[in-house]
Design a protein around this ligand. Structure first.
Ligand SMILES: *Cc1c(COP(=O)(O)O)cnc(C)c1O
Length: 414
């Protein structure tokens, strides 16, 4: 029987015999690796640059830490297991992972289909940098039917230019879910007519890899800010992209030249974090469910956004039932009294820290309107539910009673 993913996080890809019996992999803090012979060095380069393929029993060797490093390779093997993908590419930040994945496939004059609520850094990269190099981003305002989207693209004469579809679900900060099966349907329709295959990509930072598995739905590339749940200790910036060998190949190829690969120490810390990923995420979602229930009945809270709650609506909950295994640990809620109410609440928190970022083992709260979403036009914020009184809470692994007590005393001051 193949072992469970949790069990494989302790040792996969590493043999203590390689390093004096050291149970944990050491940090291979080196830029370069010695070749046994010149012939061996020549062979490794042939394979690294795709001039030749590995023979069935041949092992690729270590060359130089921008191309490969044991810490990066151990991490990538484990990330692929967690995602249920063939391959993974690790990066020094989530933005490096996302921008490299997009650049690996998009060329001037290509069209990128993208949903409206994506991470601020991604939004900027797509709508400014990619736009400036001639990649057209077409924003899908609704993802409700394959036929509607195809009709829209046909009417605008865009179908033959679409090269990539990119989304983020749940969308930050209101947890709006995007139906990935509809985007896959659009991809399949486009692939019947287009010359180059359309590549689908999802930012799975909020729920993956434990609570949502886009690979099962057919998504080609799954992107992460590994800074968040994957690392979970607010002490690392890192990123990853998972997918088939065929789809990850161009991403790793471009990474070699843009140079955003994960550093040995970052990879080592992240590998350590993956050992506790299941335990952390399981506990965090349990805490978050209790907190969401508490906030829903609080008189000073006018709205709670959390996947699966009846107030999210029937369509959202149908997507949730289809696509997600748990609601996750991100809650957004509207506090009475607009910005002043939200600020009073945030300023009075004691256990929960006032900071952006998310997915860590300590709970963090922030004000999306003036902080993470400061750059989004006000009308757009209001129309997507980013109200002045909205607070975003990332729930950690403190005791739920202490978290609720902290929320209660801060809400009392509102
Ligand atoms: C934080 C975040 C990113 C960016 O990742 P970095 O690690 O900060 O570069 C991208 N997408 C989502 C959903 C995020 O939360």
């Amino acid at each position: 029987m193949e072992k469970h993913k949790e069990s494989m996080m302790m040792s996969l890809g590493y043999n203590p015999e390689w390093s004096e019996g050291s149970i944990k992999p050491p940090i291979f803090q080196t830029s370069t690796f010695g070749f046994k012979t010149a012939e061996e060095g020549k062979r490794f380069f042939e394979i690294a640059y795709g001039k030749s393929q590995l023979e069935p029993n041949e092992q690729m060797g270590l060359i130089y830490s921008r191309l490969n490093n044991p810490n990066m390779q151990i991490l990538e093997e484990r990330l692929a297991v967690l995602e249920g993908s063939e391959d993974a590419a690790a990066f020094e930040s989530g933005m490096s992972a996302i921008s490299t994945a997009l650049l690996a496939y998009l060329k001037p004059n290509d069209v990128l289909l993208i949903t409206d609520q994506v991470y601020g850094g991604t939004h900027h990269f797509v709508h400014h940098f990619l736009k400036d190099i001639g990649v057209e981003a077409y924003v899908l305002s609704a993802v409700d039917s394959v036929a509607d989207i195809m009709g829209e693209l046909t009417a605008k004469n865009l179908t033959h230019r679409v090269r990539m579809i990119y989304t983020e679900t749940p969308a930050n900060p209101t947890g709006k879910l995007i139906d990935l099966s509809i985007l896959e349907g659009v991809k399949n329709e486009l692939n019947k007519q287009n010359e180059l295959p359309v590549i689908s990509a999802v930012d799975n930072t909020y729920l993956g890899p434990i609570w949502q598995n886009p690979i099962e739905i057919g998504t080609d590339l799954v992107c992460y800010s590994a800074t968040k749940f994957l690392n979970g200790h607010s002490d690392v910036i890192a990123g990853a992209v998972m997918g088939s060998k065929e789809h990850i190949g161009p991403v790793k190829g471009l990474r070699t030249f843009l140079g955003g690969m994960i550093a040995p120490y970052t990879a080592w810390l992240l590998t350590r974090s993956l050992e506790t990923l299941h335990v952390r995420m399981d506990y965090q979602t349990k805490n978050a469910s209790q907190i969401a229930a508490y906030l829903e009945q609080h008189e000073k809270v006018t709205r709670v956004y959390f996947p699966g709650l009846a107030s999210m609506g029937a369509r959202q909950n149908a997507i949730y039932a289809n696509q997600c295994k748990a609601p996750g640990a991100m809650i957004s809620f509207v506090v009475q009294g607009e910005e002043a109410g939200a600020f009073r609440f945030l300023n009075n928190l004691k256990l929960i820290k006032l900071a952006v970022s998310l997915g860590s083992n300590e709970s963090l709260a922030q004000h999306p309107f003036s902080m993470t979403h400061a750059n989004v036009p006000d009308e757009e914020k209001i129309s997507t539910g980013v109200a002045l009184g909205l607070v975003r809470l990332s729930v950690g692994i403190e005791h739920a009673e202490d978290l609720i007590a902290d929320l209660a005393q801060a809400l009392e001051k509102v």
